[in-house]
Design a protein around this ligand. Structure first.
Ligand code: SF4
Length: 474
């Protein structure tokens, strides 16, 4: 879950698949390496050779999970992989690592899922009443059990049967002895792209940055509600689900995706710069320099500085070597806090009026520490600018978020938040400004964590809406 010193929403997962390449598992390894930002708690690869599924999974980063001996075992011309940051299903114990692999009466199947099913608990209870025995606590296993109950002969039809019964977000890869399937939920909440490699090879990936690494050619985004089935006969596209209005996660453009990716035709880096420029137009301030909170605030700070005609400076330096194995200092020296990861460059800040640009405020704890650090480094004024609208609602579609009452913007007014983080001024981009940067509201985005307008209702969202109504009445 989110630590106090890393106050961001957390992407849950990345998926990557390779069809028809002699180095399928090695390419999957590299693909997952490029998608590491989408999940750091566990990684896994499953390959197929002569109808046999080979599996390697483990806790930690891609580079630590797979040893040479593991890669040597992952034989075959097809592979799917997964990196995970846990939300639904909690911990990343070995039974909660993906790809999920099961033996069915029609052979072994593997599934890698980015997203979250909003009805997973009810589905699970109902399946358990019908005799299903669950091996993990992941919502993805619901899909596997529903597919196993289908009596249709083709794997992709059984998967359609399963996915037609669930509600939620998924960009999903599935593999059996014959095919690899890539499918996106009808709202297109989570990203999935198609690429080509070599003569007859195909690649499926959460983001285009992973295609670049393995020198695969980008073909197109998988459409919302589309299922691609790739076999030795070629690639087939189906649209087996009722059409819904597209609701691609707008937070991918603000924070989750890598800046060198292009998703649904929109380049992440350029969009973040545009968001920064809109922010400068909406909330200008007299200042001497613009400084990003690294790393995610960099492109929007650049956009802000260019629009405002102010110098852009890397005034905060990030230590890139603070790993997950970092040992907390003893109580008496704990006050180092955020400085272990970020340090202010004193020479730049002395006596200056600073615009600090970050991508979001979740609990506000880290923003407060950063503002304090910059002030202690000698800044005269600190004006915080945020490249997302206030985050007032949790996400139920595959992003790890705190509960609503932990979100600073759900509890406090703009003035209260500004006081809480101890800045001289605070401004967020408006939802309209954000839409302008991503090409307009008509393109179809999910913005529920800013607006509370959830495209797929769930028991939690209804409960959340009821709670917010009660709060408003009080
Ligand atoms: S609620 Fe927010 S984080 Fe979740 S899918 Fe919608 S826009 Fe993305």
């Amino acid at each position: 879950m989110i630590s106090a010193d890393d106050d961001h929403f957390r992407d849950e997962c990345g998926v990557f698949g390779v069809f028809n390449h002699p180095e399928a598992a090695n390419l999957a390894y590299l693909g997952l390496y490029a998608l590491q930002h989408r999940g750091q708690e566990s990684a896994g690869i499953v390959s197929v050779e002569d109808r046999i599924l080979h599996t390697s999974r483990g806790r930690g980063l891609v580079a630590d999970v797979f040893k040479k001996s593991d890669m040597d075992r992952l034989k075959g011309r097809r592979a799917i992989g997964h990196v995970r940051y846990s939300t639904s299903g909690g911990s990343c114990s070995s039974r909660n690592q993906q790809p999920l692999v099961v033996d069915t009466y029609q052979g072994g199947i593997a599934i890698a899922h980015n997203g979250n099913l909003v009805d997973a608990i009810d589905q699970r209870k109902s399946l358990e009443h019908r005799g299903s025995i669950f091996q993990s606590t992941m919502d993805t296993e619901v899909i596997v059990h529903l597919a196993a109950l289908s009596r249709r002969p083709e794997f992709h039809d059984r998967l359609v049967d399963a996915l037609s019964q669930v509600k939620g977000a998924y960009a999903l890869l599935a593999m059996d002895a014959q095919c690899i399937i890539g499918v996106r939920d009808p709202y297109g909440l989570r990203p999935l792209v198609l690429g080509r490699i070599g003569e007859n090879g195909w690649v499926l990936s959460s983001e285009t940055c992973a295609l670049d690494l393995i020198e695969a050619e980008f073909v197109r985004d998988i459409n919302p509600g589309e299922m691609l089935v790739i076999t030795d006969k070629g690639l087939q596209s189906f649209t087996p689900f009722p059409v819904k209005k597209r609701h691609f996660c707008i937070f991918e453009y603000i924070y989750f995706a890598r800046p060198d990716s292009t998703l649904d035709g929109v380049n992440i880096y350029e969009t973040r710069k545009k968001i920064g420029a809109s922010l400068a137009k909406e909330s200008p301030v007299a200042a001497d320099l613009v400084v990003p909170v690294p790393d995610s605030g960099v492109p929007s700070a650049l956009g802000y500085a260019q629009e405002a005609g102010l110098p852009f400076e890397l005034g905060i330096i990030r230590n890139h070597y603070v790993g997950r194995t970092f040992i907390e200092p003893q109580q008496q020296i704990r006050h180092f806090g955020v400085k272990i990861k970020l340090n202010a460059n004193r020479e730049l800040f002395k006596g200056k009026r600073v615009v600090l640009v970050d991508d979001s405020i979740v609990r506000g704890t880290t923003s407060k520490k950063i503002v304090n650090m910059v002030r202690a480094a000698g800044a005269k004024e600190i004006h915080m600018r945020i490249s997302s609208p206030p985050t007032t609602h949790p996400c139920f579609y595959g992003i790890d978020t705190p509960t609503r009452h932990e979100l600073l913007a759900a509890r406090q007014s703009l003035e209260e938040m500004c006081r809480f983080i101890a800045a001289d001024s605070l401004a967020f981009i408006s939802l309209e400004g954000l839409y302008e940067a991503v090409g307009g509201q008509g393109q179809g985005y999910c913005d529920a964590c800013f607006s509370g307008s959830y495209p797929i209702p769930s028991p939690e969202t209804s409960q959340g809406l009821q709670l917010s109504l009660l709060e408003e009445l009080e």
